[in-house]
Ligand binder design. Structure first.
Ligand code: NAD
Ligand code: IPM
Ligand code: MN
Length: 356
């Protein structure tokens, strides 16, 4: 059956980077991939068109799709809108609506980019870690939340960090299974020395570990994990953590790969349906200049082919194309060594198309 893909370019550099991935998708379809795609707006683009960051038309398309490919959302022009209609709310809403609780963010260093990292090449050479971030709970969604005025007239902002056992258990299973397919080491990151929510997190991970005796489970406080990620990142195989810690640690881990423009992600539900997007944002500072790195988005397309379309061969084909253009010395500005020839976003797309 023809697989349906929803494409949500979003805001800022979103349309530029998504366009490169779609060019590759077009070629794969021309070569026989049984898939079709349709565009819909999300984020600021959707707000501009429909007054909502996750409008009904987008909901309908994405619910019916087998997979969703997203660029990025957000921009300074939307930062003063009421919170419920801001672009970021649209992103949170689609994650929740599609039950995309498992966010996989692989930080893999392509050997050609060892010098692009701000860390010493020997610290990052051979790096291959997977961050499993819980995506539909935690302080991102916990109620109550808001800004209220106290009796003395002072305002107070408040959010609530919450996790239910069932939410922790299902992300623990995903994490252990991912570790089983890799080097069988799982580090659960928490702040159990201070926060009850993550004390429960730690307890459930320990409990679930009994079902995975072949996986070595360790625990680490998030502050230490942030330090260890830059001190000796290769000690990690799979890192599992909650929504907010995973957001922060994955941006940090991206620099181990040379640039945030290299870090793809898959956000999965319980049945293999997924949303695929680069881990970075809409990069307003370089939007519209055709200089963003499209590789994180292209690698997200590879994850889409692997996890939702179950097409390992084409997923590998896309990843090999990325490897090849890097071997050929093609670089966008964010990963270029001094003196290297810098390609635009669409020129990188040209090179990828040739390599595919
Ligand atoms: P950002 O990730 O957009 O940008 C951070 C820095 O990284 C910028 O200097 C940017 O130019 C650079 N960068 C990011 N992606 C790049 C790429 N592909 N190639 C080259 N350079 C790249 O983070 P920010 O500036 O904190 O946020 C900007 C907007 O994006 C905000 O509105 C934020 O809410 C939103 N955001 C959206 C997502 C998402 O859609 N998943 C993720 C993060 C931030
Ligand atoms: C990400 C982003 C989002 C998040 C924002 C834009 C809501 O930073 O995808 O990492 O915090 O999850
Ligand atoms: Mn983030």
């Amino acid at each position: 059956m023809t697989q349906k893909i929803a494409i949500l370019p979003g805001d800022g550099i979103g349309p530029e980077i998504t366009a490169q991935a779609v060019r590759l998708l077009d070629k794969l379809i021309a070569q026989g991939l049984d898939a079709e795609y349709e565009y819909a707006p999300l984020g600021g683009a959707a707000y501009d068109q429909y007054g909502s960051p996750y409008p009904e038309a987008t909901q309908t398309l994405c619910r019916a799709a087998d997979a969703v490919l997203l660029g990025a959302v957000g921009g300074p022009q939307y930062d003063t809108l009421p919170r419920p209609v801001r672009p970021e709310r649209g992103l949170l809403a689609i994650r929740k609506d599609l039950n995309l609780f498992a966010n996989l963010r692989p930080a893999v260093l392509f050997p050609e980019l060892a010098d692009a990292s701000t860390l010493k090449p020997e610290v990052v050479a051979g790096l291959d870690i997977l961050i499993v971030r819980e995506l539909t709970g935690d302080i991102y969604f916990g109620e109550p939340r808001g800004i209220r005025t106290l009796d003395n007239g002072e305002r107070e902002g408040f959010n609530t960090m919450r996790y239910r056992e069932s939410e922790i258990r299902r992300i623990a299973k995903v994490s252990f299974e991912a570790a089983q397919r890799r080097n069988k080491k799982l580090c659960s990151v928490d702040k159990a020395n201070v926060l009850e929510t993550t004390e429960l997190w730690k307890e459930i991970f320990t409990e679930v570990s009994k079902d995975y005796p072949d996986v070595e489970l360790s625990h680490m406080y998030v502050d230490n994990a942030a330090m260890q990620l830059v001190r000796a990142p290769k000690q990690f195989d799979v890192i599992a953590t909650g929504n907010i810690f995973g957001d922060i640690l994955s941006d940090q881990a991206s620099m181990l790969t040379g640039s945030i423009g290299m870090l793809p992600s898959a956000s999965l539900d319980e049945n293999g349906k997924g949303l695929y997007e680069p881990s970075h944002g809409s990069a307003p500072d370089i939007a519209g200049q055709n200089k963003a790195n499209p590789l994180a988005t292209v690698l997200s397309l590879a994850m889409l082919l692997r996890y939702s379309l179950k097409d390992e061969a084409r997923a590998a084909q896309v990843e090999n194309a990325v490897q090849k253009v890097l071997q050929q010395g093609f670089r966008t500005a964010d990963i270029a060594e001094a003196g290297a020839k810098v390609l635009s976003c669409s020129q990188m797309g040209d090179a990828l198309l040739d390599a595919l």
